[in-house]
Design a protein around this ligand. Structure first.
Ligand code: ACO
Length: 325
C-alpha cells in the first residue's frame, strides 16, 4: 500500500452562529434551515481571525497525535479555495506557521471536494516513493464569501480546518483507491469570483452581491446525489470491494437530505454514514477531515475497518477515497 492516515486534528473559528442568530440577519427560520438542510449551527470567521492560524492549529494537533514534529514532514498538500492571497499558496502560509522550511507545500483547488482530491494527490506522491510523511489538509472559510443578505446561500456555510498526517507504509492498511471526477461544463452551478473583500458576519463592509457565492441549489442537489453515489460505487469496484462491506462512510457534509439520498442509492443504512452537519454546516474542503476527526474521537472507526470518504463541490468536482483503517 502507499499511504496511511496515522492521526487527524481539527480547529474552528471561535464564533458559533445558530440558526436563531441568523433569523436576526435575514428572512429565514430555524425550522426552514434545519428541515431543508439538517444544519442547526455553524462556526464562522470574525474580523481579525486568520484561517491560516486556525489551520496551523489543526495541523499541530494532528502532528502531536502522530507523535511527530513539523520538521519530520516531507510535504504539505492543502485542499482549499479560501486563500487570502492569489499567491503565495495557502499551504506556504501554513508551512511558515509550522516553523518549517524547504519542503514542498502547495494547494489543490477543488472546492468542497478539496480534501478528497488532496488525499489522492498525497497518496500518489507517496506511492511514487519520494515522500514518506505528508500533512494533508482540508480548510475553507466560505462564510466570508457569501452575500449575507442572500438567505439561499448564507445559511449553508461554516468555516474550519481539518488535518491528517499520512505516512508511507507498505502493507494492507491505508488508502486502497481514489477516484476523482470533474465536469467544468457545470462551473456556474456554484461559483464565486476571486475579486471582492472578505466579508465576515460581523464586518461593517458588505461584499458586493455580484462577487458573492452564486449557487443553483436545486440543480446542484440532483447532480450531487448522483455523482457522489456513482463515484462511491466506482471507488469500491476499483478496490474489488462490495459496497456492503464498507464499515463507515465519512462524507462531505453539504445537506442532510443529500446524505440520505446517497445512502439510499447505495443501499447502505444511515447508521453507516457519519454526520455532523447539524453542528458545523457545510465547511467545504474542511468537512471531510473534520468529520473523520470526530468519527475517530467517537470511536466509530476501528483498525482494519473499511472507511469511504466522498464529496462533491464547485467545479463541479467530485471524488471518493476508500481506506482500510
Ligand atoms: N430560509 C427560508 N426560506 C428559504 C431559504 C432560507 N434560508 N432559502 C431558500 N428559501 C426559500 C426559497 O426562496 C424558496 O421560496 P419560494 O418557493 O417562495 O421561491 C423556497 O425556500 C424553496 O427554495 P429551493 O431553493 O427550491 O429550496 P430547496 O429545497 O432546493 O433547498 C438548498 C435549497 C438547501 C440550497 C438545496 O437545494 C441544496 O442543498 N442544494 C445543494 C446545494 C449545496 O449543498 N451547496 C453546497 C455546495 S455543493 C455541495 O457541497 C454538494
Amino acid at each position: 500500500m502507499g499511504s496511511r492516515i496515522v492521526a487527524t486534528g481539527r480547529a474552528l473559528p471561535r464564533t458559533l452562529v445558530s440558526n436563531k442568530d441568523l433569523e436576526r440577519y435575514m428572512d429565514t427560520s430555524d425550522e426552514w434551515i434545519s428541515t431543508r438542510t439538517g444544519i442547526r449551527q455553524r462556526y464562522t470567521m470574525r474580523q481579525g481571525e486568520s484561517l491560516a492560524d486556525i489551520t496551523a492549529e489543526a495541523s499541530k494537533i494532528a502532528l502531536n497525535r502522530a507523535g511527530m514534529k513539523a520538521a519530520d514532514l516531507d510535504a504539505i498538500v492543502v485542499g482549499t479555495v479560501s486563500s487570502e492571497y492569489g499567491f503565495p499558496s495557502f499551504a506556504c502560509q501554513v508551512q511558515t506557521r509550522l516553523g518549517i522550511d524547504t519542503i514542498p507545500a502547495f494547494d489543490v483547488a477543488a472546492a468542497c471536494s478539496g480534501f478528497v482530491y488532496a488525499l489522492s494527490v498525497a497518496d500518489s506522491m507517496m506511492r511514487a516513493g519520494d515522500f514518506k510523511r505528508v500533512l494533508t489538509i482540508g480548510t475553507d472559510a466560505l462564510s466570508t464569501m457569501v452575500d449575507w443578505n442572500d438567505r439561499r446561500t448564507a445559511v449553508l456555510f461554516g468555516d474550519g480546518a481539518g488535518a491528517a498526517v499520512m505516512v508511507h507504509e507498505p502493507g494492507p492498511r491505508g488508502v486502497l483507491t481514489s477516484v476523482l471526477r470533474s465536469a467544468g461544463q457545470h462551473w456556474n452551478l456554484l461559483a464565486v469570483r476571486s475579486t471582492g473583500i472578505r466579508s465576515t458576519i460581523d464586518s461593517e463592509v458588505r461584499r458586493d452581491p455580484a462577487d458573492s457565492i452564486q449557487m443553483k441549489g436545486p440543480e446542484l442537489f440532483k447532480i450531487a446525489v448522483k455523482s457522489i453515489a456513482d463515484v462511491t460505487k466506482q471507488a469500491a469496484e476499483k478496490a474489488g470491494i462490495d459496497i456492503a462491506a464498507v464499515d463507515l462512510v465519512v462524507p462531505h457534509q453539504a445537506n442532510m437530505r443529500i446524505l440520505s439520498a446517497v445512502a439510499e442509492r447505495l443501499g447502505i443504512s444511515q447508521e453507516k454514514v457519519f454526520t455532523n452537519i447539524d453542528r458545523y454546516g457545510n465547511t467545504s474542503a474542511a468537512s471531510v477531515p473534520i468529520a473523520l476527526d470526530e468519527a475517530l474521537e467517537q470511536d466509530r472507526i476501528h483498525d482494519n475497518d473499511l472507511v469511504m470518504l466522498n464529496a462533491c463541490g464547485g467545479g463541479l468536482t467530485w471524488g471518493a477515497n476508500l481506506l482500510r483503517w
